[in-house]
Structure formats: C-alpha cells, structure tokens
Design a protein around this ligand. Structure first.
Ligand code: C2O
Ligand code: CU
Ligand code: CU
Length: 522
C-alpha cells in the first residue's frame, strides 16, 4: 500500500511537464497547507470587504478543494472540485448541478454587481476564469495572477453580458506548462448562467423543462480513480477519456413530459468534439450559442460542439406518446486520428441524454419565431483591418500561433490592439488538428469560414458548425480559414487568446494580447 502511494506521488509530481499517467488518489491530494496563512488571509479579506463597501447585489465564496464523490458504482472517486456559499443575493444564485463533482450552477442577472471570494485549498496554484464574460483583466483569472495554496482572492465585477450559458474554470500556467487541463479534468469547472429581461419575455422552457448539461469524458482506473494521461500523444491530440459523463455521472435516462424542452449544453471536455444529434434523425433546433440567443432559430442535421463551446437547443415533445424515447447522441465522424488511444475514440458514436416520455403534460408555449432581433454584432466595413493568426504544428513542441508559444505576460508588437476598435481576426489552420480558438474578455461574430487547404481524414463535422450569433470560441478545422469580427470595448490591459483544446493550450498554444487606449504610450 505504502509503495503504491509513493509511486502515485511521484506520478503527480511529474504531470507539470511531459507526464505519464497520473492518478488522483488520497496520497497525492492530501498535502498539508499552512493554516496560519489562511487565517492571516481571512483577516486581509475582511479588511478588504470593509474598504470595499460598494453595494453588491450578489456575494459568494467559491472554494477549490480536494473531495471525494461517487461517480461510478462502487468506490467513490477522489476529485478536485468547487464548493460555494452565498453570502448575499437571490437564493437561486447558487444551486447544485448534480451531486457529483461539477461546480455549482451560478445564476446571475445582467446589471448585478458581484463580489466573489475565491479560496484555494488545493496543493498548487490556481485561478478562477469566468469564461465568456466581459470583465476587467484583473478579475479574469489569468495565469499572471495566481492564487497560492491556502490563499484567497476577492474579485468584483459587474454583469454586463447577454443572457446565456457561460462557465468558470481554472487557468494556471507555471514554468513547466499549463494546469488548465489537469485541474479541470480533476473536476474544477462549473456552469454560469446570465439572465436578462429580454430573454425572460420570450417565455422559454424553464424550471425542470430547462436541462443544463455539462459533457466531459473521463478515464477511471481500478478503484474508480480518475486517471489523466499526459505525454507526447496528449500534447498532440489532447486528452481523450474512455467514457463520457453528463454532469459528472454516466448518462442516465431522464423522464420528461409531452412539451417543449430547452437543453443548454456545455462541452467541458479537454479535447473531445461532440456531434450532437437526435436518435430518430429529426433535425436539431438551435436557439443560442456561447454568446446568448440567436436572432432566429436555426435547424441542422447535427451540431458540432468543440471544447469550451456552449449550445442552446429547443426540442418539442408535444407529439410524443407516453413510453416514447428520444436520445441525444454524439454521432460518428472521421477524426483523422490514427491509432487506438482511448476506449472511446474521437468520432465514436455514443448516447448522451436519453429522454423517456413518462407523462402527458400541458404543451407549453411554442418556439418564438424571433428570439433576439436586436442582436448586435461588431460592425465591419471594407476598411476594417485584418490581423492574421497562423496555427501550426511545431516539431516536438505542440502547436504555435504565428510561430510563437506562450511566454507569460508579454505581448509582441502585433498583439496590441486599440481600445474601442473593431478588427477582423483570421485564424488559418495549417495543422492536422482542429483548434477551438478562444478570445478572452469579449464575444465575437464569425463572419467567414473558408476551405484553403486539405484536411486529411477530418470529415462529417462541417454541416453542424453554427456560426450565427455571438461566440467566444470558434472551431477552426484543419485546412480552414475562419474570420471573426471583434470589438475591444471598455477595458484596457492584458487578455488571453488561445486554443481551448486544453492540452494544446497547456503546451503553449496560448498568447496574451493587450488592449491599449489610443492615447496611452504603454
Ligand atoms: Cu475557458 Cu482561457 O479559457
Ligand atoms: Cu476564457
Ligand atoms: Cu488546438
């Protein structure tokens, strides 16, 4: 037993770099932290609260800590997870998603002023990044502002985002690479919903007719221990788990009535792309993306959902009979990835969310014809400048953006933009892997997608790409050039842009960009 523990500790010690296998186990997680330091920081935090007596609408603490939760039948699993407590604000601000490891569902309303105390009870640095939210650089959870083990950080921000499904997760990056993939794999990620009056007026399915679904793939070892495989192969492809979990549980059948449902889905996986389809072949109706509702609903035979992306679906079961079953599946596609490296290869077909109709209910309001007719996208003209980002594979070093990899909080001359400007960014994928490209601090419009080269082995995903609406993450398939329009509004300073395949990101496919005011010489 002792020997095994020792081995595990060594394995965990290696995972910062080019790791082998690491297993989450008590031996690797129970690292004593300095309780005196915590007490001192509590005092500091209190002091800060007294100074910051601005009226907050919502206040909560969010703690990252080791825990044990039941995931599969049998022994419970060691995880790292977020727990939270509300200290001020509406009761429904925090709710448990599933009783498993995913972080609590945080529900905010547009216009709220929020204060969050972030507590790191992990044995290593972490941060909390509010993925998709338009917040100032210093509360964005970037690697340059880590929270040390045992320490706290209080952040405040105003909710100035469209109604939609966002999420939060760690974003640390140390001298040996990033820890985003490992920490979120260990369980640190949760959904965040922003609501507003415009959306509420649409009367979309709510309460138990609104399903929040976090999709992640995981691999378990003998005693239900979560296993994370690093190394060169993961660096190139990203980590793929042996089985898929929905809200931290194996897929389970949900009982539904004969009425419309809203499915709000987050791909919280490290690297896996899902091809969402209905088991009976009916088209998939999309009402929103990562940046909120579309102007009008769209239909697709399937939906391509890359890591970090969210999709908002509407499905009407009014015509179903009691006893009918409809399953949301991930359908098969060609992934261009050779060799067997997971019990559930990229592009395999599997069930995600079986819905069984168990009762007749009121039909509920129909799908609105117009959802967000006032949807504003960044305005471009033929004179709007275009900035090009070439995505390439680097021999033995993962992937690069314009030939560069992550170097910490520095920007090159061509990574500086002007506050208030609108630009077109184009991502050109010269590599053999898809890259879900993410820009921090804003929502952008996808204005053009073009094939400019070969994409050996990748097919069966393009019809499902939803480019309408607003996004913070866009999938760029091999051989594609994708153009986005983005406006750098309100906040000056450093933000990140990166690939959200977490292993690509952690191995350097990430850079800072700086928003500078026209008048500053910084
Ligand atoms: Cu989901 Cu840089 O973030
Ligand atoms: Cu982000
Ligand atoms: Cu990538």
């Amino acid at each position: 037993m002792k020997r095994l523990d020792k081995k595990r500790r060594q394995l965990l010690g290696h995972i910062g770099g080019f790791a082998g296998v690491s297993i989450l186990s008590p031996a690797s997680l129970l690292v004593a932290y300095n309780t005196e330091a915590i007490a001192a920081d509590d005092k500091r935090a209190m002091l800060r609260q007294r100074i910051t007596n601005a009226p907050f609408d919502v206040a909560f603490r969010l703690r990252a800590e080791p825990d044990t939760v039941p995931i599969l039948p049998g022994a419970p699993s060691e995880v790292w997870r977020y727990t939270a407590a509300l200290t001020q604000g509406p009761r429904d601000t925090l709710s448990s998603l599933s009783g498993s490891y995913p972080g609590p569902l945080i529900r905010l309303r547009r216009g709220q002023r929020v204060r969050a105390r972030l507590e790191n009870r992990l044995p290593e640095d972490t941060t909390v990044h509010w993925h998709g939210l338009h917040v100032p650089p210093d509360v964005d959870g970037q690697p340059r502002l880590p929270i040390k083990p045992g320490e706290d950080m209080t952040v405040t921000f105003d909710v100035d985002d469209r109604a939609g499904l966002y999420w939060y997760h760690p974003h640390p990056h140390g001298p040996h690479g990033g820890r985003v993939g490992f920490q979120s794999y260990a369980g640190l990620a949760g959904p965040l919903i922003v609501e507003d009056d415009t959306e509420r007026a649409l009367n979309l399915p709510a309460g138990d007719q609104e399903l929040i679904l976090v999709l992640q793939d995981r691999t378990f070892a003998g005693d239900n221990e979560l296993t994370f495989v690093g190394g060169m192969r993961s660096m190139m492809r990203g980590f793929f788990g042996d089985r898929v979990l929905v809200n931290g549980h194996p897929p389970t059948t949900r009982e539904v009535g004969t009425r419309p449902y809203r499915l709000r889905i987050l791909n919280g996986s490290n690297a896996r792309i899902y091809k969402l389809a209905w088991s009976d072949g009916r088209p998939v109706t999309v009402i929103g993306t990562g940046g909120g509702l579309l102007a009008v609903p769209e239909q697709r035979p399937y939906i391509t959902l890359a890591p970090a992306q969210r999709i908002d679906l509407w499905v009407d079961l009014s015509d179903a009979k009691v006893g009918d079953q409809l399953t949301l599946v991930s359908d098969a596609y060609h992934s261009g990835m050779m060799g067997r490296y997971s019990g559930l290869p990229a592009g395999a077909r599997f069930d995600l969310v079986p819905l069984r109709v168990t009762r007749r209910t009121d039909n509920g309001p129909p799908l609105p014809k117009a959802l967000a007719p006032d949807l504003k996208t960044p305005p471009t003209t033929p004179a709007t400048p275009i900035r090009t980002f070439d995505l390439r594979m680097e021999m033995m070093r993962g992937f690069s953006i314009n030939g560069r990899q992550f170097e910490g909080a520095v920007v090159a001359d061509d990574e500086i933009v002007t506050l208030g400007d609108t630009e077109i960014w184009e991502f050109v994928n010269h590599s053999m892997m898809p890259h879900p490209m993410h820009v921090h601090g804003l929502q952008f419009a996808v204005i053009e997608r073009k094939k400019i080269g070969a994409s050996p082995g990748w097919s069966g995903l393009d019809v499902g790409l939803v480019d309408a609406g607003l996004h913070d993450t866009v999938l760029v398939l091999p051989g594609e050039r994708v153009r986005i329009a983005l406006t750098f509004a309100d906040f000056e300073g450093l933000y990140l842009y990166h690939c959200h395949n977490m292993e690509h990101e952690d191995n350097g496919m990430m850079r800072y960009y700086r928003v500078r005011s026209r008048h500053s010489r910084m």
